[in-house]
Design a protein around this ligand. Structure first.
Ligand SMILES: *[C@@H]1O[C@H](CO)[C@@H](O)[C@H](O)[C@H]1NC(C)=O
Ligand SMILES: *[C@@H]1O[C@H](CO)[C@@H](O)[C@H](O)[C@H]1NC(C)=O
Ligand SMILES: *[C@@H]1O[C@H](CO)[C@@H](O)[C@H](O)[C@H]1NC(C)=O
Ligand SMILES: *[C@@H]1O[C@H](CO)[C@@H](O)[C@H](O)[C@H]1NC(C)=O
Length: 804
């Protein structure tokens, strides 16, 4: 069992695995620990990762990359429109207004962003399973901390499309912080002053900063800030612009008009940036302009910390390797940057650790993580009187997360709760709506009073807000006590909000130990009909299955998601079939080349000149066919073709192999015959070693050996008359079988153990030396052959065979 973490980057992805045996970053089939977030679609094939990246320039319109910012957004979203200008492939407006990707794969078709990310995750899943050599069920996937609920939901959907069970969506900076903290042995105990560490993560397209407080076994995010538009690619773009200007002035070339050339230049600039980062020489460009955006001071203000309170500054993300970025950071903190973390891999590693912590299969030491809500969230509902609306902020900005709260309403009928982000201006997303949740099955009490409805809302472990459950409290005791006005209720609710800390308790429901949530039960009364405001022990809570219906949710419905899952399955199958088809085609190609090569060398002797020219022509035709009509055929056609070629090739191959192996087989058989003959001769000469052998049986052996010799000589004589191009008279397998048969027939007779005779000790010893089975050397003492003529014939033939 291992925990697998995926860093789903804008440009590149990393996979880390943590388990009892290992904690490491996984390499893909190119032995590369970094897999480009890139998918290249062909008429029938799709390449994902490294293979796709190499097609960015050659397959411009159908190679998808840079899609991380498209999650959960509409086509008209300003961010989508800004990204669109940068992308060489087409985006498309889906029927519901969301952004999709328009590519050709099998046919022209749009893909939803969930599907595109799903493809990438399929590849990453495959890579991790290949590395671990077993299926992996649970994953933790990283996302930027500024992702809103809609974006998070898209990534969750993509994980489902790829068949990945995502235990948690983890903020990138929080993952890096966990990777930093979990192995630190010198953190102070819980009740002492924590160690404050700043994490600065600048990736390809975004920049995030967080301040975290560490104690032994505990990580608390104190504050975060981010710039979703600043990253390594701004440096690339600055380089690209610089060179475009150069080309324009020096060569009067407009690179930007040629998308292929531009993509090429982009790739070169990315490499150049890396080179320049490795060598702290001066950049030839002015990058100061956007470096001012590296505003770390706000996060320090939010965390209420001074520079002196910071113990260390950790940097992660590819772009933090740029010397100018490092310099800016050091200038602000007046402190050296620490390089404890692997800048590229820390996020994936943190995710893998989180996966291990969350997975019930592991018993690792617990590490509690408290993260923050990045944007405040408000609920709004209609009140029945004076057409008013009620509103309350359920989660304020920087509220600890994950977290649950229970809000009580007094209602006589089903009602809707509209959730939205309170301050649109503080988030990089154009739509504040989160969703509308309908609480159904609400009826008046038997006495006509409102029912007390408890609604549980939470920010779950993925950072997604939702209405989790609702229940109705049944009144058992009626005491008329009319409630206050809605305005006052609102106030009461806010006041209670401050008591969170007193009511902290471990959430048993979801079984996640580091998860803390507050059972917070403010009362909201919207009707004026006189329900109780206080919960009395006489009330009975009944978990009716209140149906919570979610409307306007910004993700694919389950049906659509199922169709995505099914489609991804089909595409995986198509990939497999296409691979098999290609392998079949390559097998034909290889056979043609290999066969031709052998015809000119080892096979030459075994084929007549006529057959040679015929075969050469067939091979030539097949080769031409492969590049013309045979370029694109179903797998079976290639399989048949190979079969046909083998019909020509195999007989030649057979003659060649037979000829190569025959001498050894003949030699073996000859030696065996020779051995038995020596025993026969010794027996005839009354050798005392053999005087116990049965005369009748020895006669059979003699007969057998003489037949075997005739068989061997006949076959060899016949074979010697044949040319190499003819089929052999006798197969190597037959000769080997004959040898075996000879052993089986003769050995039990001639090597029958001598019966034990009670004699002097030294004699027994002498006997035992000769008693065992005779090996080849064993026969050397015996006298010369009784039939030298036959034997020399055998030798002669053997010599003749070897010479050829
Ligand atoms: C670094 O750059 C300087 C000049 O910009 C050059 O002379 C030097 O060879 C470079 N070093 C490496 C290791 O590339
Ligand atoms: C980090 O992730 C959690 C969920 O694990 C989420 O609730 C929170 O909003 C995120 N924090 C920040 C600062 O974005
Ligand atoms: C709960 O749900 C089930 C099936 O969805 C339904 O048959 C049952 O009547 C519901 N119970 C209540 C109390 O609403
Ligand atoms: C909009 O439709 C696309 C499919 O066309 C789907 O993938 C996406 O999840 C939908 N978005 C919303 C907000 O419903």
């Amino acid at each position: 069992m291992s925990g697998v973490g995926i860093h789903l980057g804008f440009l590149n992805c990393y996979i880390a695995v943590a388990g009892a045996a290992a904690f490491e970053t996984i390499a893909n089939e190119y032995s590369d620990r970094c897999t480009p977030a890139c998918i290249s679609l062909g008429t029938r094939t799709r390449a994902i990762g490294n293979a796709a990246k190499s097609q960015i320039v050659t397959n411009i319109r159908n190679t998808i990359h840079g899609f991380k910012k498209l999650h959960g957004r509409t086509f008209d979203d300003p961010i989508v429109q800004t990204e669109r200008i940068r992308l060489p492939y087409e985006l498309q407006k889906m029927p519901n207004g969301s952004a999709g990707v328009k590519v050709r794969y099998l046919e022209d078709r749009p893909f939803a962003v969930e599907q595109v990310t799903g493809m990438l995750l399929t590849k990453l899943k495959e890579t991790s399973e290949n590395a671990l050599k077993k299926p992996v069920a649970d994953y933790v996937i990283s996302i930027p901390s500024f992702f809103t609920g809609a974006e998070r939901r898209y990534v969750m959907a993509a994980a489902q499309v790829a068949g990945l069970n995502c235990l948690r969506l983890m903020n990138e900076t929080t993952a890096a912080a966990l990777a930093y903290g979990i192995y630190k042995q010198d953190l102070s105990p819980l009740d002492e002053k924590p160690r404050n560490v700043v994490f600065i993560d600048m990736g390809h397209s975004a920049y995030q900063v967080s301040v975290c407080a560490f104690n032994k076994g505990k990580l608390k995010v104190l504050a975060t800030t981010f710039d979703p538009y600043l990253g390594g690619r701004n440096f690339d773009e600055a380089l690209v612009d610089y060179f475009c200007d150069e080309f324009k002035t020096k060569y009067k070339l407009n690179v930007k008009e040629n998308s292929q050339a531009l993509l090429h230049l982009c790739q070169e600039c990315e490499k150049l940036k890396k080179l320049m980062s490795a060598n702290a020489s001066n950049l030839p460009l002015n990058i100061e302009c956007f470096m001012n955006d590296l505003d770390v001071s706000t996060v320090m203000e939010k965390a209420n910390l001074q520079r002196e309170d910071i113990s260390s500054i950790e940097i992660v993300g590819g772009a933090t390797q740029i010397p100018a970025v490092k310099e800016q950071i050091m200038k602000f903190f007046l402190k050296d940057i620490s390089t404890t973390l692997n800048a590229d891999e820390a996020v994936a590693r943190g995710c893998a650790l989180q996966c291990v912590i969350l997975s019930p299969a592991f018993k690792v030491h617990k590490f509690s993580i408290t993260d923050l809500v990045p944007y405040s969230i408000t609920l709004r509902w209609k009140t029945s009187f004076e057409d008013g609306t009620g509103e309350c902020e359920v989660f304020c900005k920087n509220h600890p997360a994950p977290f649950s709260k229970v809000i009580t309403f007094h209602k006589k009928e089903p009602f809707e709760l509209e959730a939205f982000y309170t301050n649109l201006h503080e988030m990089p997303y154009p739509d504040p709506r989160i969703g509308i949740f309908t609480i159904q099955n609400v009826f008046p009490q038997s006495d006509g009073d409102s029912s007390k409805v408890k609604v549980k809302v939470h920010i779950n472990i993925h950072g997604i807000f939702s209405v989790a459950s609702a229940s109705v409290i049944e009144k058992q005791n009626l005491e008329g006590d009319h409630s206050d006005s809605p305005m006052e209720r609102d106030a009461a609710f806010k006041n209670e909000n401050k008591d969170d800390v007193d009511k902290l308790q471990v959430d048993q429901e979801e079984g996640i130990h580091q998860k803390v949530h507050a059972e917070h039960t403010p009362e909201e009364e919207i009707d004026h009909t006189g329900a109780k405001t206080k919960t009395t022990p006489l009330e009975k809570q009944e978990q009716l299955n209140q149906t919570i219906k979610r409307e306007k949710s910004r993700t694919a419905g389950q049906d659509l998601l199922n169709s995505y899952i099914e489609n991804e399955g089909k595409m995986i199958m198509q990939d497999k079939l296409e691979k098999e088809r290609n392998d079949a085609k390559n097998a034909v190609k290889e056979y043609v080349y290999d066969f031709r090569d052998r015809l000119g060398t080892v096979y030459e002797k075994y084929i007549t000149p006529e057959d040679m020219s015929k075969l050469s022509a067939i091979l030539e035709d097949t080769e031409n066919w492969l590049y013309e009509e045979g370029e694109d055929q179903p797998k079976q056609v290639y399989v048949d073709k190979l079969h046909e070629l083998k019909k020509y090739g195999q007989p030649i191959q057979m003659k060649y192999m037979e000829h190569e192996e025959r001498p050894k087989a003949l030699n073996d058989l000859g030696k065996k015959i020779q051995l038995v003959m020596k025993v026969i001769e010794a027996y005839r000469n009354k050798d005392e070693r053999y005087d116990h052998l049965d005369p009748a049986e020895m006669e059979k052996v003699e007969k057998y050996i003489s037949d075997a010799m005739i068989w061997l000589n006949t076959k060899m004589n016949a074979q010697n008359k044949l040319s190499l191009t003819q089929d052999p008279v006798v197969k190597v397998s037959e000769i080997v079988a004959k040898s075996k048969e000879l052993n089986n027939f003769c050995n039990p007779i001639i090597y029958k153990p001598k019966p034990k005779v009670e004699v002097a000790e030294d004699k027994t010893k002498a006997n035992s030396e000769h008693n065992g089975p005779m090996d080849e050397q064993g026969g050397t003492e015996t006298k010369p052959d009784r039939n030298p003529c036959k034997y020399s014939h055998l030798i002669l033939d053997k010599g003749a065979m070897e010479k050829r």
